[in-house]
Structures are given as C-alpha cells and as structure tokens.
Design a protein around this ligand. Structure first.
Ligand code: FAD
Length: 461
C-alpha cells in the first residue's frame, strides 16, 4: 500500500493521459484499470480496432473499384476474415502495450483491478486501500441498448461484438445512424454484407451540419448502404443465427419487419459508474446519469471526473484534453479545454469532419454569417485519387470574417479539419486562411479555396 498524490480510476484516453501528465508534473501517480490491458474503450474496443477494420475494408474497396482504372489488373483480393481480425488484434496489442511502456517510462503505477472509493482520499483495489490527495474518475462509458432489444453479442451485438463477429454476415441491420453505426456498417458493406441502417430521426448523424449530413448519406447510399429513416424500433426477435427487427414508421405508425443475420445496436453509449460507490459518497449526478462537474470537480472535495463519464461529446480527444487539464489544475496550473473547438470525425470513405458551429446553430443564435464552399471536384489531387465527391464548407461571421465553423466531406477530411481547428483557436478569419500559401497539389487547397469563397471567390470553382 502506498500513498499517492493522484489516483486515477480508468486507463482509457482520459485516464491514461491524465496519469502521464500528472507524473510529468511531478505528482506521485497511480492509475487503476480493471481490464487486462490499458487504453480503455478507445484502444481495446473502439477507435483503434474500428479504424483497423475500416482501413482493411477500404483497401479491398480500392482494389475492387479503382485498381483496374489505374491499369492495375488482376484478381481482386479475397477476404480472409480470420486474418483481418488477427491484424486488428495486433494493432490493438501494439497500442495497449505502448501505453504500458509509457506508464513505466513516466513512473505511473498501474493498480490492476476494479477500483472503488470507500471515502474521499481512498481508493480500494481488491483488498488493498490506497490513499490519494486527489482522485480522478475516468471510468468511461458502455454501449446502451433500447427497450425490447436484448443484446447477446452473437446475433444482436453492440460495437464490441461487431468488432469480432465469427464471420462476415450476409445481411446486417444497424440500429442507429450515428458515427459508430455508420463506420461499422460501412466496414461490413465493403466486405460484402447487405447493410440496412434503421434510424429514428429523419437525418443521419444527429447534430451534424444538415448540408453535410445529406451529402454524406448520399455518398453512403452510393456505396450500397440502405436506410430506413423515421423508424422507431419496437423489438428484435433473435434466434440462434437470425434476427427480425420490428419497427414502426413514425410518419404513419405502420408496422414493418426486416430480417438479418446480425443486428448491430448502435444507439449510443451511457456513462459507466458501476461499483465506484458514488451514491454512498454523495457524488452528484446529472439527469442523464453522468457525474456532475464544475471544471472537472465533482460535488465531493478532492474527487474529479473526466471523459465519457461526464457531459460533453463522447470522444477520445475530448477525454484526453480533459485529462491534461485536470492534471494541470491539480498541479496548481490553469488547466483549460476549449469546448468550442473540438473536432468530430467520421472515418468512413469519404471521411467527414466538422468543428465549431453548424449553419443550423448559427441561424438559431441569430448570428449573421457567410458561407464559403468548395467542391473537391475542383481539386486536382482529389480527382487523381477518385475522391472528388464532397466539399469544404466554411462558415464565417458576416461582419468580422472570423471563422465560426468548418464542415468537410472528402479525402483526409479528418486531417484537414485541424487546419480549421488551429485557425479557430487563434480566432482567425477566412481571409487569414485564404492568404496562407498552400502546397500544390494537396487536398488542403480545397480548404483554402473555401476560404477564398468567403471573400472575392474561389479560383477553381
Ligand atoms: P474509456 O475509454 O471508456 O475508458 C474507461 C476505462 O475505465 C475502461 O478501460 C474501464 O475498464 C475502466 N474502468 C471503469 N471503471 C473502473 C473501475 N471501477 N476500476 C478500474 N477500471 C475501471 N472516439 C473518438 O474520438 N474517435 C473515434 O474514432 C472513436 N471511435 C469509436 C469507435 C467505437 C466502436 C466506440 C465504441 C467508441 C469510439 N470512440 C471514438 C469513443 C471513445 O472510445 C471514447 O470517447 C473514449 O474511449 C472515452 O475515453 P474515457 O477515458 O473517458 O473512457
């Protein structure tokens, strides 16, 4: 048993980043993690494995659809699903071991096991009680389902089960057109499954700029995904190897069914606080079951919370930023997260990325704005790699030209968005971006052209 300055509960992107930063700031630090490996949802069953499968299935798509056009002829590769899963597991292993190495390097103690907080200043792991001046809860989230839908992780699966199906299903129904459902749906569609996405709302990816969401849905349809919109799923009847999804169309209350070999329930995630003992401690929660915080402080002195378990977007980089900010706050520094500049990326092909305000939000705020839009069809590099589908859209203040939001669908959108993030962090204008020299031929030129379109006009439009 040792006394610590800080004990962090949870070794995901929020927790492990917080632990490393605490140690770098000279605090004696431990991190409690109950899983066999560090890295949390993100590295084990989230961001990283899904991106590995997206990469593998996208490579197949390229071989099937674009190789011959470039004069690369021959049989397209066939799918060895076992090997694809092994590749994904290897990627997970490399990343989780990397965090273990970083803990050793920074002298962070990994307390293996499930932690609870018997009292402020104490963390219990197994039979041992460790003392800490500060406790940071970074216990993350878990998939949530719908009433009437029982998950067995075989036929009716969450994203966790969808990352390790025994085989590629012939027919898959995805309940929920959010980021996770669309990413996993497009993986299986590329691998040959017939994928139908059933969504309660009339729009995919709720909260996304509508213009972008519509173009994105069109691109997914072109790739073979089907959508049933405005559909309220009532129940799923699962048998051993098949399932039937029962839903009502909201517009006329009519009943429908759809059969599948696998149903992926991707209806969101809920904060995970099981076993921490928060009730007894009197830690205040929000109505949505998150830990209530004020600048990451909970209602109990000396206990902090970050990441998916508190409010805000459930994203790894948001959790990481909060992890660093809390470490700095504990060490007596300022600790800051700019919640107005947190990018969101969908790693489909084409990628979709957004930061800042959507047009709908600006209208609601009554803010006068201008739009600069540029199609990737006018970008030579994008056309060379068959990725002319999509656009960059910049929303800037009508009077000051300050950039308020950027929305991109197209090649490397998830990388391009950071040009906008840096600009927005510095309160930059569309003209600042437009006057910055961009290398040719790059996808980034499309961002500059959209900025030019906010002023006197794009060149290649
Ligand atoms: P988590 O990563 O959930 O980590 C919490 C950890 O705490 C877990 O390892 C858990 O075992 C541990 N824990 C909980 N309670 C205890 C306890 N009492 N004792 C010990 N350990 C405990 N986000 C992105 O930004 N980009 C993406 O591309 C992306 N893709 C995703 C794809 C999928 C399929 C999923 C499911 C999620 C994805 N996310 C993505 C979301 C991202 O994974 C989460 O936002 C992120 O992991 C949250 O980090 P966290 O540290 O708050 O919690």
């Amino acid at each position: 048993m040792a006394d610590y300055d800080v004990i962090i509960i949870g070794g995901g992107p929020g927790g492990y980043v917080c632990a490393i930063r605490c140690a770098q700031l000279g605090l004696k630090t431990a991190c409690v993690e109950g899983r066999e490996t560090l890295g949390g949802t993100c590295l084990n069953v989230g961001c990283i494995p899904s991106k590995a499968l997206l990469h593998a299935s996208h490579s197949l798509h390229e071989a099937e659809h674009n190789f011959a056009k470039m004069g690369l002829k021959g049989k397209s590769p066939s799918v060895d699903w076992k090997q694809m899963l092994a590749y994904k597991d290897d990627v997970i292993g490399q990343n989780t071991k990397g965090i273990e190495f970083l803990f050793k390097k920074n002298k962070v103690d990994w307390l293996k096991g499930w932690g609870s907080i018997p009292a402020a200043g104490q963390v219990k792991v197994g039979d041992e009680v460790h003392k800490a001046k500060h406790i940071v809860i970074a216990s993350g989230s878990e998939p949530s389902s719908l009433p009437g839908v029982e998950v067995d992780e075989k036929v009716v699966v969450t994203s966790t089960g969808a990352l390790e199906l025994p085989k590629v299903p012939k027919k898959m129904v995805v309940i929920g057109a959010g980021v996770i459902g669309l990413e996993m749906g497009s993986v299986y569609a590329r691998l040959g499954a017939e994928v139908t996405v059933v969504e309660y709302l009339d729009m995919i990816t709720p909260g996304m700029d509508k213009d972008l969401a519509k173009t994105f849905q069109r691109a997914l349809k072109k790739q073979g995904l089907s959508f049933v919109m405005g559909a309220a799923v009532q129940s799923v009847d699962a048998k051993k190897t098949k399932a039937t999804v029962n839903y009502k169309l909201r517009k006329d209350d009519s009943d429908h069914t759809i059969d599948a070999d696998v149903v992926l329930v991707a209806t969101g995630r809920r904060p995970y606080v099981d076993g921490l003992g928060l009730d007894a401690l009197g830690v205040k929660m929000t109505e949505r079951g998150q830990i209530a915080t004020d600048h990451w402080k909970t209602s109990v002195d000396g206990i902090w919370a970050i990441g998916d378990v508190i409010e805000g977007p459930m994203l790894a980089h948001k959790a990481e930023d909060e992890g660093m900010a809390v470490a700095e706050a504990i060490a007596g520094q300022a600790g800051h997260v700019n919640y107005d500049v947190i990018p969101g990326v969908v790693y489909t092909a084409p990628e979709v990325a957004s930061v800042g305000k959507t047009e709908e939000q600006l209208k609601e705020d009554g803010r006068a704005y201008k739009v600069g839009k540029f199609s990737f069809m006018g970008n030579g590099r994008a056309k060379a790699v068959f990725q002319g589908d999509g656009f960059v859209k910049i929303l800037a203040d009508k009077d000051t030209d300050r950039v308020l939001g950027v929305h991109i669908m197209g090649p490397a959108a998830g990388e391009l968005i950071h040009e906008a993030c840096v600009l927005m962090e510095f309160g930059g204008s569309a003209e600042d971006l437009a006057r910055t020299c961009h290398a040719h031929p790059t996808f980034s030129e499309a961002v500059r052209e959209a900025a030019l379109a906010c002023g006197d006009g794009a060149i290649h439009a």
